[in-house]
Design a protein around this ligand. Structure first.
Ligand code: AMP
Ligand code: GLY
Length: 434
């Protein structure tokens, strides 16, 4: 089969890398792609935002399956457009993707279907007075969220009421979040460890991939600002096999059932961002796509054929649930970021990479924000530049961590920074031990 992947980050590089291992895949295309993806996929002659052109070229190049990486095209209805044209595509429709593009919708949906999540109130534009009054009365800490898509930055955890008022002003300011911040959700703070669980689904059946943990804060010890994700590891030992069953039963199954009942059958990857609280797992947020950087550690541990899995999701022919990931193995991804990220940063810095024989065994360099300079050399082109991912199919986390950091130490560019504690929590608590 011929596959088209849409997107340009570390997640898409991991998708292309895994799809390339499938014996059923003949040709892989990617748009817009990046220099790392270019070694594995052919360039596609249509821009990722132009659906009519994408559809025409997908027909012309006999694409059998299109796989959408980021949320933007999903929220804009790419799946609806491809399906109307009779083309197979992996991802949810615009109405199903509302689980991610409207936090207010997601919260109301969870309430309707008794899916565990934080208590909340939603405030619409023009309700600033009520919002302020509510913030003045509810327990601290509290969490303020912009309703719409805000690239992971529309959420503020507030320890004091002053902080909450400032966060509300910032989120409601059209110059910071545009229409994404005009409706806000104020919710209860949940305590616990966070985990990401991905369920690939055709709307009724699903396959759960290895539970992962992201590292959202910029500095070691989970300090500093929130980022798109500074690293990840899988499987996350805090999600024991029995807890994963509970998550499937209380969260994944009722979500898929509820969406189907509401006429928004959910297909693609359902990303459940979870808080493992003393009262059990609760949903922090849904995303309507694979997470990044988690995908860079989750896909290498998947033991099945990814093209077959994503194709079955798109065509509605997924088999009964199973857990086909290397539970005994481990994978760690350390994100190398540009100086200043998640704030302002410069791009165009030359990247020095180790030679193939200097890269430790089982390490893959997934490109995220890379580009080509005027002389063709590899340069930085984004905040998160590269995911250094070490995979150990039969070994524990310590070995994967050591390999990832050994490789990271051989990469350099001006201003580069990365966290030194990715996966450390998993070593303190080996898999299977509660
Ligand atoms: P979100 O974009 O909704 O995933 O939120 C970003 C981050 O904010 C999450 O990964 C959590 O670390 C934190 N967060 C969001 N909502 C809550 C909550 N209700 N309680 C505690 N932390 C939260
Ligand atoms: N890793 C967080 C996200 O993909 O949204």
């Amino acid at each position: 089969m011929n596959v088209l992947v849409i997107g340009s980050g570390g997640r898409e590089h991991a998708l292309v890398w895994k799809l390339a291992q499938s014996p059923r895949v003949k040709r892989i295309y990617c748009t817009p792609g990046n220099p790392g993806i270019a070694g594995l996929a052919l360039p596609f002659p249509a821009e990722s935002g132009n659906f009519p052109r994408l559809i025409a070229e997908a027909r012309h190049l006999e694409i059998d399956l299109t796989v959408v990486g980021p949320e933007g095209p999903l929220a804009a209805g790419i799946v609806d457009a491809f399906r109307e044209a009779g083309l197979a595509i992996f991802g949810p429709t615009r109405r199903a993707a509302e689980l991610e593009w409207s936090k207010a919708f997601a919260k109301d949906f969870m309430k309707r279907h008794s899916i565990p999540s934080a208590l909340y109130r939603t405030f619409h534009p023009g309700e600033a007075g009520q919002t302020q009054a509510y913030i003045g009365s509810c327990p601290l800490p509290l969490v303020i969220k912009a309703d719409g898509l805000a690239a992971g930055k529309g959420v503020v955890v507030c320890q004091t009421r002053d902080e909450a008022v400032r966060a509300l002003e910032e989120i409601s300011d059209p110059s910071s979040f545009g229409s994404a911040g005009s409706t806000v959700v104020v919710e209860e703070f949940m305590n616990g460890e966070e985990a990401s669980v991905f369920a690939v689904t055709d709307g009724s059946h699903f396959v759960t991939l290895a539970p992962a943990q992201d590292h959202k804060r910029v500095f070691d010890g989970d300090r500093g600002k929130n980022t798109g994700g500074m690293g990840a590891y899988a499987p996350a030992p805090c999600v024991t096999p029995s807890l994963l069953s509970t998550i499937e039963e209380r969260i994944i199954v009722p979500t898929l059932r509820g969406m189907a009942e509401e006429g928004r059958a959910y297909t693609g990857c359902l990303y459940a961002g979870l808080m493992l609280t003393a009262e059990g797992p609760k949903v922090v947020e849904y995303n309507c796509r694979f997470g990044d950087p988690e995908t860079q550690v989750v896909l290498p541990l998947y033991e099945g054929d990814l093209a077959e899995l994503l194709g079955a999701s798109a065509s509605g022919s997924l088999e009964a649930p199973r857990t086909p990931y290397a539970a005994r193995g481990s994978a760690v991804c350390v994100v190398l970021a540009s100086g200043g990220y998640p704030g302002r940063y410069e791009t165009g810095k030359t990247i020095t990479l180790p030679g193939n024989d200097e890269t430790p065994r089982g390490v893959v360099l997934f490109h995220a924000g890379t580009g080509r300079g005027p002389d063709g050399s590899l340069v930085t082109a984004g905040g998160r530049v590269m995911g250094v991912t070490a995979v150990r199919p039969d070994e524990g986390m310590a070995s994967a961590i050591a390999a990832a950091y050994e490789a990271a130490g051989k990469i350099s560019f001006e201003g580069m920074h990365f966290r030194r504690d990715i996966g450390a929590r998993a070593v303190a608590k080996p898999f299977g031990i509660k």
